[in-house]
Design a protein around this ligand. Structure first.
Ligand code: NAP
Length: 252
């Protein structure tokens, strides 16, 4: 059975791999045997050191994913330098907090561009090559509990993550027969930069913790197993699902 979970010989492109969940996912995929292309706007040194320390290769590519024009050249460079992409993890994401009555167009557009528009066009660029090469592939989108719930003070984030769940299902329906499994992971509340503002607010932080059946905020190390599963042969018949990794939050 362990061979079913092996990613040996596969190449995975992970966006936003310098920190947080993206870093943890890149390291977990490398632990399972994959070579990594780490993409983002900040230096990837820490992630690359961890991955090469495991004896895997890590190609770091700089890109601002808010700019759609960079996506095709990014995939071309990644494929030329690291080989064909077998696994794409659309992890990079941003959040902006303000009351809905005050929320600005810029905070709407910035979040939608990174969290939704770039995910679609990066997936399209990678999938075009997978289909042209008649190669099986995996796409894993990092969704959110806000793919299912409303939340407060994060209108563009909730819209983007709810949209991402729908996009995951649409792409699964279009691409399953072409050999590409498209799925998503919906993380609960994890300790990363994304949740720093919540954790700095004692009332919100306590209220959130009180609702998590597992009794603790997620450690980024607790997300990697779900990504390895969805990327592996063990998930060959899994298409269009949004897998929650949330300490039981949604079950409550
Ligand atoms: P994070 O530490 O803020 O990481 C976000 C990553 O996205 C960083 O690597 C960031 O790069 C990158 N990024 C943002 N905008 C980018 C851009 N324009 N171009 C390239 N890279 C960009 O937060 P995280 O929690 O690990 O977030 C990872 C994903 O998980 C996000 O999609 C987030 O919405 C989702 N998520 C997180 C939680 C949670 O509890 N933490 C819960 C549900 C969903 P920089 O470091 O350079 O900013």
């Amino acid at each position: 059975m362990s061979a079913n979970f092996s990613l040996a010989g596969r190449t995975a492109l992970v966006t936003g791999a310098n920190t947080g969940l993206g870093q943890a996912i890149a390291i977990a995929l490398a632990e399972a045997g994959a070579s990594i292309v780490a993409v983002g706007r900040s230096p990837m040194d820490e992630t690359a050191a961890a991955i090469t320390g495991l004896g895997r290769s890590c190609l770091s590519l700089k890109a601002d994913l808010g700019d759609i024009a960079v996506l095709e050249p990014l995939v071309a460079e990644a494929s030329a330098k690291a080989g064909a992409i077998d696994i794409l993890v659309n992890n990079a994401g941003i959040i902006r907090r303000a009351d809905a009555l005050e929320f600005t167009e810029k905070d709407w557009d910035d979040v939608m561009d990174v969290n939704l528009k770039s995910v679609f066009f990066l997936s399209q660029a990678v999938a075009k090559r997978m289909v042209a090469d008649e190669r099986k592939g995996r796409i894993i989108n990092i969704a959110s509990l806000l793919s299912f719930q409303g939340g407060i003070r994060i209108p563009s984030y909730t819209a983007s993550k709810s949209g991402l769940a729908g996009l995951t299902r649409l792409l699964a329906c279009e691409w399953a027969a072409k050999g590409i499994n498209v799925n998503a992971i919906a993380p609960g509340y994890f300790v990363t930069n994304n949740t720093a503002a919540l954790r700095a607010d004692p009332a919100r932080s306590e209220a959130i913790l009180a609702r998590i059946p597992a009794g603790h905020w997620g450690d980024p190390k607790e997300i990697g197993g779900a990504a390895v599963f969805l990327a592996s042969d063990a998930a060959s018949y899994v298409h269009g699902t949004v897998l929650t990794v949330d300490g039981g939050w949604l079950a409550r």
